[in-house]
Design a binder for this molecule. Structure first.
Ligand code: THU
Length: 142
């Protein structure tokens, strides 16, 4: 029986992330991840992790979803939902936190799910406090 809840505000993203997770290429870790972003326009972009036999060349699900969003001309992450298995809450890795940060606002929500539904949700500041972002570069010439 499903124990976790999928609230209405993330239902579309949860379904998209869970579906794209089925396409994960994770033969080395065996850990499949799906991610789906609702961008500023409302459009949804999803991707899975894509591992590589040259291990460091693998890419995370969040990174793929962000690339799709940017390639479509979007620059704001309203909400990002990730879906993975495992007992522990599968929070985004450090690199993905920084990648999300690039396109986050004060209202961006990051929702971490397992296959049954939501485990935790965070603001960007909760996941990456005192973070470095684009505003640090603007107006600085040195
Ligand atoms: N992974 C993600 O896709 N997102 C994360 O934020 C954490 C880790 C992937 C990378 C690798 O393919 C597998 O999960 C195990 O680390």
């Amino acid at each position: 029986m499903a124990t976790n809840h999928v609230s209405d505000d993330i239902a579309e993203l949860f379904d998209a992330a869970k579906a794209v997770r089925d396409h994960a290429h994770a033969p080395y870790s065996g850990f499949s991840v799906g991610a789906a972003i609702r961008a500023g326009s409302g459009q949804v972009f999803g991707c899975c992790n894509v591992e590589n036999s040259a291990y460091p060349e693998g890419t995370c699900a969040e990174a793929g979803a962000i690339s799709k969003m940017v390639a479509a001309g979007e620059r704001v992450i309203d909400t990002i939902v990730t879906v993975c298995g495992g007992e522990l809450v599968g929070t985004p890795c450090g690199g993905c936190r920084q990648k999300i940060r690039e396109f986050a606002t004060n209202d961006t929500t990051i929702v971490v799910c397992d296959l049954d539904g939501e485990r935790s949700r965070y603001s960007m500041a909760e996941l990456l406090p005192d973070s470095f972002g684009p505003e640090h570069l603007s107006g600085s010439a040195c």
